[in-house]
Design a protein around this ligand. Structure first.
Ligand SMILES: Nc1ncnc2c1ncn2[C@@H]1O[C@H](COP(=O)(O)OP(=O)(O)OP(=O)(O)O)[C@@H](O)[C@H]1O
Ligand SMILES: [Mg+2]
Length: 230
């Protein structure tokens, strides 16, 4: 498998008053194309920070991030915003859908931002909504959907532009067990259809072992990487 993400000696320090917070400390790992990797560890160990660094939403204090052979560290705001639009999809614990837009409008938004025509964007958004099983609910607003359904819309939105890497921050953290499992299976199905790698933060060992690889974190450091036995 080809290498997609290569993280080298990555660190992030947040300035916080007189004491700095070392959220990520000298982390090394890689992710292959299409691979599903779980980031597991206790609250505050640096999972979200790591996802934000890989998503180009924050800049590292030191170290290197390579994606598809290109350096992410040291890029300017414009290049990072371009990277986010083309290469990354993001799914959050609390869905983050826009409340005044219906399902299909939420999903097509990233494409409209990219400059696709309204017709093309609508076509692709409908295709994704069908693939997540919500073809019949495209006119519903988030408040008219269940939690599990809202997360499906969020997955469709995250994958509609064909990203190479889906970053998921506790995507099942706000769902019951049955819905959580359905969401993980859906992420696997739709991302593998597009050969999109997944990096998912989770507290739960069960969720972590749904993937191909598990990265264990503690206190900002990686203290174990192992493949999941199927
Ligand atoms: N913007 C910020 N400014 C200062 N400190 C921060 C900031 N964001 C996170 N931190 C700190 O960095 C550390 C790592 O936080 P992070 O959110 O990455 O952890 P996490 O593993 O995602 O935790 P959780 O499982 O609770 O979501 C924590 O000590 C946190 O308090
Ligand atoms: Mg977090």
């Amino acid at each position: 498998m080809a290498l997609l993400v290569d993280v080298k000696n990555l660190s992030k320090i947040y300035p916080a008053g007189s004491e700095n917070v070392q959220a990520v400390r000298g982390v090394n790992f890689h992710v292959d194309e299409g691979q599903i990797t779980s980031l597991m560890g206790p609250s505050g160990c640096g999972k979200s920070t790591l996802l934000h660094l890989l998503g180009g939403m924050q800049s590292p204090t030191s170290g290197e991030i390579w994606v598809s052979g290109e350096a992410l560290h040291g890029r300017g705001d414009e290049a990072l915003s371009q990277y986010r639009q083309s290469t990354i999809g993001f799914v959050f614990q609390f869905f983050h859908l826009l409340p005044h837009l219906d399902a299909v409008e939420n999903v097509e938004l990233p494409l409209l931002i990219q400059g696709l025509s309204a017709l093309e964007a609508r076509d692709k958004a409908r295709d994704l909504l069908n693939r997540v099983g919500l073809g019949n609910k495209e006119k519903r607003r988030p408040s008219q959907l269940s939690g599990g359904e809202q997360q499906r819309v969020a997955i469709a939105r995250a994958l509609v532009h064909g990203p190479k890497l889906l970053l998921a921050d506790e995507p099942t953290g706000n769902l019951d067990m049955a819905n959580g499992k359905a969401i993980l299976d859906l992420i696997r199905k739709v991302s593998s259809q597009q050969n999109c790698a997944v990096l998912m933060a989770t507290h739960s060992r069960e969720a972590a072992e749904w993937g191909d690889m598990v990265i264990m974190m503690r206190d900002g450091q990686v203290h174990g990487i192992y493949p999941v036995r199927k």
